[in-house]
Write a protein that binds this ligand. Sequence first.
Ligand code: NAI
Length: 332
Amino acid sequence: MTHNITLIYGDGIGPEVIASAVKVIEATGISINWDKVIVGEKALEDQGMLLPDYAINSIKTNKVALKGPVTTPVGGGFRSINVQLRQTLDLYANVRPIKSYPVKNCLYDDIDLVIVRENTEDLYLGIEHMVGKDAAESIKIITREASERIIRYAFDLARKENRKKVTLTHKANIMKLSDGLFLESGRKVAKEYEDIEFEDVIIDAMSMKLVQSPRNYDVIVAPNLYGDILSDMAAGLIGGLGLAPGGNIGKEIAIFEAVHGTAPDIANKNIANPTSAILSGIMLLRYIDEVEGAEKIEKALTKTLKSHGTMDLGGSLSTDEFTDEILKEMAF
Ligand code: NAI
């Protein structure tokens, strides 16, 4: 069977790390027809649109995509293409596993948790306006429907992966209505899953506890903004953004992409760590039930990480050299 998968190289280090992930996935022998599409500034230059219809239609048809990071201008400029894609396709669950691999700068050698981030609302709706010249207002939207849906997703994932606990993080002591609704939804949904432990932790304390005792956490469910910040922080615990994959998952469609962005500081130098993109590819393969291929890559990647590293991991290999080492391991 041939799988049709939409492929988005993205900007900055995107083309380098996605090329590596594609090589490694292809080395499994799984038959894939990559449907390459372009979004973002490059699409604006070529097609006159940041998010061209053909790209959206490709993802809707293939139902699964592997994506590199895409630039979002800071301050002014256009709205994030990533956020637009997630909202347009209703990819409501941003699933970000944080797992220790044998690398020098991993702070704990046995972390294995998943951050489940609500992906469609909160401050990411981008509803902002100026109030006069000297004040700005952003509107935070939290709905019962989206909250219950993501919390249920977190519990279902815990059951599926045989995980024991769901921790919901919030700031309901201050945002009593919006975060209060998220917390209330958690307490309600938790009653449907009595086999899974449930707790809630205020986001500031959560940040400290996650750094001090990450082993205490299994599945963490969070509204959009806290989930985003917490997952970058958690990546720091296992060796950095070079090691943190993710999936944006909806009812029928999923886009897999690393947690990291375009890393303009290291782009086009052949030094980016492709591990996050490769791990995102592994998540994709599991999603399409190509479990054997996923396991083959993860085994080879883990062996490679043990003896080699890219610069961010204190190693000296280029992106291409690191990819070649994984391919050699896979050939055994
Ligand atoms: P970033 O994640 O691109 O980089 C943060 C730091 O981590 C940089 O020092 C970078 O060199 C390092 N880093 C990231 N990935 C790495 C890798 N694979 N190997 C080695 N080092 C790596 O975050 P930043 O600089 O805040 O954002 C840059 C751009 O990326 C912005 O336009 C932002 O909007 C966009 N972005 C896009 C995302 C997406 O498309 N999903 C996600 C996050 C940011």
